[in-house]
Write a protein that binds this ligand. Sequence first.
Ligand code: HEM
Ligand code: HEM
Ligand SMILES: [Fe+2]
Length: 485
Amino acid sequence: MNSIAIGTFSMTRLSGGQQLAIKYFAVAMVLFVAQCLFGLFAGLQYVMPEFGYNWLDFSVNRMVHINAMVVWMLYGFIGSVYWLVEEEAGTELVGLKLANLAFWVLTLAVTLVVLVYLFVQTGAGEIETIWFINEGREYIEAPRWADIGIVACVLVFFYNIAATFNKGSWSGISGVLVLDLVALAGLYLAGMFYTANISMDQYWWWWVIHLWVEATWEVLVGCIMAWGLMKTLGARRVVVTTWLYIEVALMFGSGILGLGHHYFWIGTPEYWLTIGGFFSALEPIPLVAMVVHAVYDSGVHKFRNANHPALAWLIAHAFGNFFGAGVWGFMHTLPQINLYTHGTQWTSSHGHLAFFGAYATIIIAVIYLAIQKARGDVHMGAGLATGWRWKWSFTLLNVGVVGMTMALLISGYEQSFVERALEGSSWSGYFAAQSTHWYMQGMYWREVWGVVTIVGLIILLWDLVTICADEKRASPVLNKATATA
Ligand code: HEM
Ligand code: HEM
Ligand SMILES: [Fe+2]
């Protein structure tokens, strides 16, 4: 093992769980590319509506775009947890063989589902359709057979993680993590059963979508962040754990009832206007806490860190989460405003910045940490020969997504103004809004920034594969050097 030169990528340097994590990361990145590609197709259809008609329809492009996103992020999270579990528990992964099997089963299921999405989406909607073609719930459209497979694989994952901590040792981070995984997996079930009433269907569907991204995923990335700050900066465990508890309390305190901001107009009782408006307006508070935490820790350690790209992406996460979820979410969360903005490009603007800022960023950070280790704890700090690549990909991806966010915001503003304010939410107003000059300008510019995003993504992948290949320096040991800071 020691005979392998620093800089060479070798799985033999990694533990079983870490090798598995690399596989999860690889699939995640393939799906990230698919996500962006289908996003570009869907975006193109806003400016060239005839593109793909009857062979690559908007409905299919949009579905592949957002489902690929949810799945690659789940792969990124599962990979991140497998990456850190053994070190955090101080023991080897329990049930590695089963975990590997679950990986292949899940990946096969995902592949089949994508093929069905692409090739079998027209025809009559029967009850069997739910089982084999599409369950019809945005973001989690996978047919029910795949749902059941996903649940089984997630249960295996949960067993692997909980049993490993049980065999080794528990910590504040692992305690929060495992409890959070129970909630995360449990919520998925709320999106699986059939009800004929669309209001009820939406009611439960939001349990998955909202309570995932605004409660359980946020807590999960809180755990990853706590661990990531220890890894990159050598931050002290007691500091990151204390922050984690505060953030979790604030997040659940606001995010759970914040669910009500999706119950304004779907046929649920009126009290949701008050509950949803009030609690969701509090949701940015934990996100501010997360920024303060990350910046405070980085400052205390004078930004001296063992992995520049990973720290850059962690900080991008703290700010992206705050702006995308916190600020962009707050903008339209009060019912008085949401009455005008609901379901317009305003929503899409927030969706892009939030998912990218809060989740894509932190997964990329963990991948950089993983690559550093697989290349023999190589130096990933200042003065890398190919350092321009991570900096350019970082810049282009962030600028690209912020550019799309702004373009969509302008379109959304125009839409709210024309369709809702001027035309009183009429059917003709719906179409009038979407043919205005400024609305269309936003649609063109979204596509331009989308291309910038893709260029950033291509450089990112190139960098992930090649970074530090010719680097011979070893990484400094930060944990010991800064243990007293
Ligand atoms: C990382 C966390 C978050 C993510 C990933 C996220 C993502 C999204 C997405 C994708 C949608 C559109 C859902 C659909 O297709 O209908 C949405 C809707 C919404 N989000 Fe968020 N969000 C987050 C946090 C927040 C926060 C903290 C707030 C409030 C402060 C918020 C407020 C809203 C509101 C009000 C809507 C409904 C928009 C409408 O009526 O059309 N979000 N969110
Ligand atoms: C690469 C360039 C991208 C392009 C051109 C693009 C384009 C699109 C389009 C056209 C839609 C459908 C919007 C609609 O129904 O009106 C969409 C939806 C969405 N995209 Fe993207 N996208 C891109 C990248 C991303 C990235 C990087 C993320 C997050 C990591 C993302 C997250 C989403 C989400 C959450 C939705 C659903 C929004 C909603 O329901 O309001 N997209 N995208
Ligand atoms: Fe929400």
